[in-house]
Design a binder for this molecule. Sequence first.
Ligand SMILES: [Cu+2]
Length: 169
Amino acid sequence: MKRMLIALAALTVAAAAQAELKISDAWVRATVPQQQATGVFMNITADKDVKLVAGSSPVAGLVEIHEMVMDGNVMKMRAVPGGLDLPAGKAVELKPGGYHVMLINLKQQIKAGETVPVTLVVEGKDGKKESVEVKAPVRALNAMAGTGAGAPMGAGTGMGMQHQHGMKH
Ligand SMILES: [Cu+2]
């Protein structure tokens, strides 16, 4: 009886802290054989202030939240320090050349037409974490920014290359 009460209390706390995430246009960039890493892109809108702090996927040994930064004249990517802010009610775009979820140490080739499950972990201001699963369809290797993103072609291509050699960062 006592154990059951504790379980109920825990559930109530989780429900109160829960943020809702609206995720749209999720996709993963396809890989060539032996490729070690690729990016996952999507639009996320949270209903509370949370941070995207981590992720996991059955196809990757490691998942990181990345941003692109200029290092001299070279665009590089790195893990977002402290996680990616998802302000309440504001759509945050993860797209090629910008923020992305990085799948690292790939266990298999990611082929166009498949769907990759990715679990995202967000942290609220109270430090509570919750996870959301996204099923992201795979798009061809040369796929550019998703619907409506309209990134300039030249810049996008260069960053795409950086992605394919993601293990160097
Ligand atoms: Cu990356």
